[in-house]
Design a protein around this ligand. Sequence first.
Ligand code: NAP
Length: 407
Amino acid sequence: MYQKIKPPEEGEKIEYRDGKFIVPDNPIIPFFKGDGIGSDVVPAAIKVLDTAAELIGKTIVWFEIYAGEEAYRIYGTHLPEDTLNAIKEYRVALKGPLTTPVGGGYRSLNVTLRQTLDLYANVRPIYYLKGIPTPVKNPERINFVIFREATEDVYAGIEWPKGSKEALKLIEILEKEFGAKIRRDSGIGIKPISEFATKRLVRMAIRYAIENKRRSVTLVHKGNIMKYTEGAFRDWGYEVAKQEFSDRCITEEELGEKTPDGKIVVKDRIADNMFQQIMLRSEEYDVIVLPNLNGDYLSETAAALVGGVGIAPGSNIGDGIAVFEPVHGSAPKYAGLNKVNPTAQILSGAMMFEYLGWKKASEMIKKAVVMTIEEGTVTYDLHRQIGGKLVGTKEFAEAVIENLRSL
Ligand code: NAP
């Protein structure tokens, strides 16, 4: 089945039955370092994860796979079939960042990965860890989870450059048949948002809210302007809540003075308003669901509220398949310098543990990260804001491991 990689002989596969992962005590988990700083942060994170797993009596059997430049060197392609097959077979994977060329070049590997494996929800928890510098006054009130759609919207990759025969043809059809006015020197991109993709995302978000005792689900959209894509996203979202979860959800409109016990409030907000809402009234938001592009912007802004991209973890989730990754990219200028902060990669691993049902280990990792930062042991990004003892990527991870062992 594999051309250039060999699955480990030890360890067992994670299975998926009746909508749930069945996780052995020694799961095989594929991982790739990716590009740029991936080779700094991924090995550092793996050491921390191994320690946390050991402390709860589990062992991860890592299976190295390849994507990005390293894959290109080995396979002659940036995203080999081997890599996709390993993630499909083993279901849960840890990834480092991947570089994407701007303008021309190959298509985003991250987008291709999400679309090929149908990892339709980009899930990013935004919570504050004590000691981390933040631009907001009450960061401890921030604790929400973003569900961003990841397979469609303007990320669908349906676009043509100015003057191409496809762009000119589309402009002609739109003008002749639909009376639209478009300048002939326009590039053309298409923004599809479907009922199917919206509903499965909202369904996942509401289920998450129920399972994790969250109080509200907010549908964020720009439906006042893009009525049949973003506006429809909102309408389909409410439909899911009303038709499939009426016993657990209540809409903001139906709500009286007080939320009835055990009910989740479903509401919606216009995207631009939402940017100030998460800064000024973050405690009013709990689970936030958005289409792809606005989700991208909002999650990066949200990450900045709790320490920036060096801290923020993320994941790409489908049905019975999940890939965990930091929010940040490959930051090529820092690659191989043992300089950047591995926290986002470490916390992505902690999120993976939570997903596997290893909640205790996940909480221990978060605690150990907080202890390390509170002791003043920090990488350059936090050092320039709060000072302390400046350390490299590896040394930071070692300090986290020491704290983990002391818990
Ligand atoms: P980036 O790689 O996230 O880096 C932007 C800046 O964020 C860095 O210059 C650095 O800030 C800070 N930063 C990032 N990671 C950090 C860490 N671990 N510790 C401390 N600081 C960190 O974003 P980019 O420069 O826009 O993108 C570079 C490449 O990554 C692009 O090819 C992009 O497409 C790709 N990308 C990939 C992913 C992914 O794989 N999921 C996500 C985003 C971007 P300072 O310069 O201020 O120190």
